[in-house]
Design a protein around this ligand. Structure first.
Ligand code: FES
Length: 92
């Protein structure tokens, strides 16, 4: 057993690492979910593309996070036509 106390920086880094995981059941990180968020408009499609929502909780935990990311994407697109163009260009 490791009895070494962890530093505040190490603790912060662990918390950040956990926050970057969108689907806790499957260990799917934000970096894998973001391209699906960019390409899709609904949770079912994001789940199909990123592999989220199929773990033990069946999307109970990651579903709300994905929904929030989709909402933010839609808000950004409706507020800024430049972002809308960039997003639709990158889907090709
Ligand atoms: S957190 Fe994604 S399926 Fe449970």
């Amino acid at each position: 057993m490791n009895d070494d106390p962890i530093t505040a920086d190490e603790k912060t880094e662990r918390i950040k690492r956990l926050a970057r995981v969108v689907c806790i059941c499957k260990g799917i990180p934000l970096g894998k979910v973001l391209p699906a968020i960019k390409a899709c408009d609904n949770i079912a499609d994001v789940n199909r593309m990123a592999g989220t929502g199929t773990g033990g909780c069946k999307g109970q935990r990651c579903g709300p996070r994905i929904k929030m990311l989709l909402r933010k994407k839609h808000e950004l697109q409706s507020d800024n036509p430049k972002i809308r163009e960039t997003t639709s260009d990158s889907e090709e």
